[in-house]
Every structure is written in structure tokens, then in C-alpha cells.
Design a protein around this ligand. Sequence first.
Ligand code: FES
Ligand code: FES
Length: 78
Amino acid sequence: MTKAVCVQKSPFTVELDAGDHYWCACGLSKNQPFCDGSHKGSSFTPVKFTLDKKETKYLCGCKATKTPPFCDGTHNKF
Ligand code: FES
Ligand code: FES
């Protein structure tokens, strides 16, 4: 597996608590948009990001963003 699986052609809007979060980069997680360990055995690893406070974020669902873990509009090119 060398290409991430597109989960959806739009971002996940999620309200997140302060602290560490792990975005699924491979697209195989059953707990989108977060890593659940399903990437094991592939070349993918989750993208860790940390929030200082509770915030709403737009996490990439197509897995093709150039600014992971955040949606950058790339999904509009599909
Ligand atoms: Fe996709 Fe971990 S399950 S990066
Ligand atoms: Fe992937 Fe927007 S959902 S770039």
C-alpha cells in the first residue's frame, strides 16, 4: 500500500479537546479521522498534532491534503 485511501471527498469537522491527537494518514482506520492502528504493516504513520485549547478543526478526509492533518481544499480537485 503506497497510496492513502480516500475516506471521503470532504473534511471531517471535529470539536477537539486540548491535548494530543493522531490523524489517520492511511485512510484505513475505522475511527476516522483518527488513527486506530490499522496502518500497521503499511508505510503510513499517523500525524500527531497538539491543541492548546478546545477547538473546532477541519481534518482532511480525502487524505491528499498538502497540509496534513488539515484540509487544504485539495479534495475539490477530485
Ligand atoms: Fe491510518 Fe493509523 S490507521 S494512520
Ligand atoms: Fe482532503 Fe479537503 S478533505 S484536502
